[in-house]
Design a protein around this ligand. Structure first.
Ligand code: HEC
Ligand code: HEC
Length: 220
């Protein structure tokens, strides 16, 4: 008798304890863990110190590239050791162009390690987009893009669950650039067209594809 009545109670307690975590807001720890990843921090260093010459995709189409029109500013995929020595000591020491400055006095060892981690994903649009997402979108849309971000509770309607979006890429590009209000949706989704570049928005849209739990949903 006692056992028969106790068992369902245990089940109820179990469900109550487990169910909220399934849909719960992100923890502060999980957010800190994402923003302190070397690749994410390295994206900030790259944007501040390297984009001007090397371009956002590392293909040498930066604004400063014009001044170095006769140089090859593309960063080729290489080993981290090679990247570290070129970034620390400059081009001359690696037997390439002296117009690549040494950064060891400008950047900390940690910043150099971070930017080198970012160089490892520089040629992958979706992974660049992941860094942009973690820095700009994660607090609302959540660590996993499922709408459970820490700032999400302030937002009505709540941030969209991007893992189940049925919208296509042009729609996503539109709402990211122009914001929700311009698309007849809620102004809780801010416009990003002024803060982010076209490349960053394209990269975000590539990253959002990787989040879909039902990939074909994006084809609608
Ligand atoms: C003033 C322009 C300039 C800036 C700013 C600059 N670089 Fe360079 N970088 C160059 C030039 C020029 C080269 C040499 C290209 C060559 O000779 O192949 C180069 C080469 C490189 C290479 C070697 C590429 C390869 O494929 O061999 C890496 C890696 C690199 N830079 C990383 C960085 C990083 C990281 C930053 C930011 C911390 C940065 N660069 C900032 C101009 C710049
Ligand atoms: C301040 C909170 C907030 C931030 C920050 C935010 N969003 Fe949103 N986003 C929303 C809300 C709320 C909606 C839903 C609007 C609605 O349903 O009317 C939304 C909707 C969207 C949608 C539409 C999804 C669909 O399937 O309809 C996309 C795509 C999107 N956001 C991407 C992003 C990206 C990328 C970023 C970062 C650059 C970002 N959002 C930053 C709150 C936010």
């Amino acid at each position: 008798m006692l056992l028969a009545r106790g068992l369902p109670l245990i089940l109820v307690l179990f469900v109550v304890a487990v169910a909220p975590t399934a849909a719960a807001e992100d923890s502060r720890e999980s957010v800190d863990q994402e923003t302190s990843k070397p690749v994410v921090r390295g994206s900030i260093v790259f944007k501040a110190y390297c984009v001007l010459c090397h371009g956002e995709r590392g293909d040498g189409t930066g604004r400063g590239a014009k001044a170095h029109a006769r140089l090859h500013l593309a960063i080729k995929p290489s080993q981290p050791d090679y990247y570290i020595s070129v970034v620390r000591e400059g081009g001359q020491s690696a037997g390439i162009s002296p117009y690549m400055p040494p950064w060891k006095d400008e950047l900390s060892a940690e910043q150099i390690a971070d930017v080198v981690a970012y160089l490892g994903i520089l040629h992958d649009s979706a992974r660049r987009g992941e860094a942009v997402f973690k820095l700009n979108c994660m607090l609302c849309h959540g660590v996993h893009g499922d709408g459970n971000g820490r700032a999400g509770r302030l937002s009505h309607p709540s941030p969209a669950d991007l893992t189940r979006s049925t919208k296509d890429d042009p729609y996503k590009t539109g709402i990211i650039s122009s914001g929700g209000a311009a698309m007849g949706r809620s102004s809780s989704m801010p416009p990003w067209g002024k803060q982010l570049t076209e490349t960053e928005i394209q990269d975000l849209v590539q990253y959002l594809k990787t989040l879909l739990v039902v990939p074909s949903a994006s084809q609608k």
